[in-house]
Design a protein around this ligand. Structure first.
Ligand SMILES: *Cc1c(COP(=O)(O)O)cnc(C)c1O
Length: 355
């Protein structure tokens, strides 16, 4: 992306709020180690900045792809980094060179990885994505013993339904994992809980370590929100044009909105190309001078329009799009028909991030 030197679209990332969210999570998970998930550029919050700010607060970091781990090592991050993705012959050497912990989730990985590489075993207890099946636990243990050229430093699984409270499947997966663990009594780091499990299922077994991505950024992953978590990111822009609109005038592609009365219309310099979902068209409300205004017409790639009613606001007035008194990312997610993770990861580098 082109670096914007004249940006009027700023995401403010509050690192003190991030650290406070982590402290709140730790208070609720006494004695547990913390793994911070910073994949996908820390859900667009900037993986290097976020990791640097929490290196002292957490025990582990995790990323999805090996390149994301290499980026953190190049930036000087020293604590252990787990890669969730699948190791290949192409990437095997990089795990060693950059001291990244691999995920072993298939028999073939034992032969792909290079001597001395650290790894965590991944078991599929019901997510259906990656991992060994529970009935193979004893066979996997034999493979681990036969491959002592590699170093097993952890074992994990992942919940499919922890985002929402009251799911029986969480208990079922938890018990399946406990059964698997009886085959691996000596593995140091055992972890399964994501943000949903941490915030919605305080009472289940959280093993040695819990993983949080969304939680430390201030959100629950499901529809239940907790006031002890506070969003780290606020996205603001400025009005670039204000003009009168006459009752009956239509706005934007496909003319989906028609002015119900005379008034003023503001144009903002952000659109779906910046990560503001087009599916929020005619739904989103934005905050200007402490008042919520309706976004109107289809959101376009680079711009969107807001109906100001009778308020003839000035060009350059500050507009809060996301967070801090405007709608937060969970409200965006509900109205856009998606989850908070997708809302955040869709925010692009067209936005200028300030810390
Ligand atoms: C993304 C991911 C997480 C983090 O999930 P949150 O809901 O953001 O806490 C944890 N574990 C695994 C395996 C993941 O892929």
């Amino acid at each position: 992306m082109v670096k914007r030197h004249f940006s009027n679209s700023i995401a403010n990332i509050k690192l003190d709020v991030l650290v406070k969210n982590l402290k709140e999570i730790k208070n609720r998970m006494p004695g547990k180690k913390i793994l911070a998930v910073v994949k996908c550029d820390a859900y667009s919050h900037g993986a290097v900045k976020i990791s640097g700010a929490i290196e002292e607060e957490v025990d582990w970091l995790a990323v999805a792809h090996i390149d994301e781990g290499i980026e953190l090592r190049m930036a000087g991050i020293k604590i252990p980094i787990l890669v969730f993705g699948v190791p290949t012959y192409e990437t095997a050497a990089a795990y060693q060179t950059h001291n990244l912990t691999a995920t072993v989730s298939h028999d073939s990985h034992f032969s792909i990885l290079m001597d001395g590489t650290f790894y965590h075993l991944n078991f599929d207890t019901g997510m259906g994505r990656l991992g060994f099946r529970p009935e193979n636990a004893s066979k996997v243990r034999d493979l681990a013993i036969a491959n002592q050229r590699l170093i097993c430093s952890g074992i994990y699984s992942h919940y499919a339904t922890a985002d929402d409270p009251g799911s029986e499947f969480v208990t079922i997966q938890n018990q399946r994992f406990i059964n698997i663990l009886s085959h691996f009594p000596e593995v140091p780091f055992v972890h399964m809980s994501n943000t949903g499990a941490i915030v919605n299922y305080g009472e289940i077994n959280h093993f040695d370590m819990v993983r949080t991505g969304l939680g430390m950024l201030g959100y629950n992953s499901g529809n239940t929100q907790y006031e002890w978590l506070n969003p780290v990111l606020t996205w603001k822009t400025k009005i670039v044009q204000v003009r009168p609109i006459v009752k009956g005038d239509t706005v934007s592609y496909s003319s989906t909105w028609r002015a119900p009365e005379n008034g003023y219309l503001a144009t903002l310099p952000v659109g779906y190309g910046d990560g503001l979902p087009r599916s929020l068209s005619n739904k989103l409300k934005v905050l200007i001078n402490s008042k919520l205004y309706q976004q109107v017409g289809n959101v376009t790639m680079d711009m969107l329009m807001v109906f100001l009613e009778d308020d003839k606001l000035a060009v350059d007035s500050e507009v809060t799009l996301l967070g801090e008194g405007a709608w937060d990312a969970s409200k965006w997610a509900i109205h856009a028909g998606t989850n908070v993770h997708e809302i955040l990861t869709n925010l692009t580098d067209r936005i200028t991030y300030q810390y």
